[in-house]
Ligand binder design. Structure first.
Ligand code: PBG
Length: 338
């Protein structure tokens, strides 16, 4: 629908009229942030009584399966509906076998959470970089990740997560055909109803730095440029998202968020599925660092960033800010700033 400009300008047209009072500004605001938009990423490791702050991510911790339950309850009490789990195993190997073990870190954690906080919607990140000794997102053959061998292991991991109570799986390794492989494996194992949220357009980004500290997942050699996307591309993101939907993705994701708002908008305008955006570790840490330096107002900056991600078209936001922003939403604090 093309906009027809009115046949008049100033002084008839006065955009400031709609900004005159707060109720009016509230009435005409185009974008809103809701508790239902948020997915809170949580890190779990082996052990008991663990709650260790991640140095490069102030306010974000690594938990053990017992302590994570309290964190999930806190998130629930704040009105957060969904979390995504990242597991850091005690033992890593060449293929990342802890990720599909019945006694793996994610499996144990899922059981605990599902027993004690059954109302929380639990998503699992399905990947290998936290589980492999070399830190790559799959089976390495000849110095690079072998796509099709990795698919076999991804199937085992996704099915195991579903068996232990995952409500949705989120493959993040950027392997070709990963969504189809996982869909088929889940269906065969009787998990036809478990949705897949695919990390479809995931870029080879410097913004993952703090996460790799948190998850001990920095590659021991090379980098991820043979599987994650080139920073300069947006038409390629269209292709990746398109293929993932054909393969059976229920929700598609763009990651990172802030430096890729154009990709989020493209995805929203092009595809009839929910769009998730991952407001990644580096985006979080930048704000926290500047806030600590006293260089900007951290809370207002956080809110502005989250609004920008919604405005670009995200339906869901994975964000380490989830608890902090939920608190502001509950207190009606954000309202006061508009
Ligand atoms: C891979 C994975 C990564 C993130 C989520 N899943 C890291 C990577 O590709 O190195 C990054 C998330 C963040 O930076 O917050 N399993």
């Amino acid at each position: 629908m093309a906009f027809i400009f009115p046949d008049s300008d100033f002084p008839i047209q006065r955009p400031r009229r709609l900004r005159k009072s707060k109720p009016l500004r509230d009435l005409v605001r185009e974008t809103h942030l809701h508790l239902e938009d948020l997915i809170y990423p949580v890190f779990v490791q082996e052990g008991e009584g663990v709650k260790v702050e991640i140095p490069s991510m102030p306010g974000i911790y690594r938990f053990s399966p017992d302590t994570v339950v309290d964190e999930i309850k806190e998130a629930r009490d704040l009105g957060i509906k969904a979390v995504i789990l990242f597991g850091i195993p005690a033992h890593k190997d060449e293929v990342g076998s802890d990720s599909w073990s019945d006694t793996g870190i994610i499996q144990k954690t899922l059981e605990r959470i599902k027993k004690e906080v059954p109302e929380m919607f639990v998503i699992t990140d399905v990947c290998f970089c936290e589980y492999t000794s070399h830190g790559h997102c799959g089976v390495v053959v000849g110095g690079d990740v072998d796509n099709d061998l990795t698919l076999e292991n991804l199937k085992k991991q996704a099915v195991s997560h579903a068996e232990h109570g995952a409500d949705m799986v989120a493959p993040s390794g950027m392997m070709d055909g990963m969504v189809k492989a996982i869909r088929e494996a889940l269906d065969e194992a009787g998990f036809k109803h478990i949705p897949i949220m695919a990390y479809s357009a995931k870029y080879a980004s410097a913004f993952y730095g703090p996460f790799r500290d948190a998850a001990e997942s920095t590659p021991s050699f090379g980098d991820r440029r043979t599987y994650q996307m080139d920073v300069g591309n947006v038409r390629e993101a269209f292709k990746e998202i398109y293929l993932d939907i054909l393969e059976g993705a229920d929700i598609v994701m763009v990651k990172p968020a802030l430096a890729y708002l154009d990709v989020i908008r493209m995805a929203k305008e092009s595809f009839p599925v929910p769009i998730a955006a991952y407001n990644v570790s580096g985006e979080y840490s930048m704000v926290k660092a500047a806030e600590r330096m006293g260089w900007l107002d951290g809370k207002r900056t956080m809110v502005e960033i989250l609004y920008s991600i919604k405005r670009a078209g995200a339906d869901l936001i994975l964000t380490y800010f989830a608890k902090e922003v939920a608190e502001l939403i509950n207190k009606g604090e954000i309202e006061k700033w508009f």
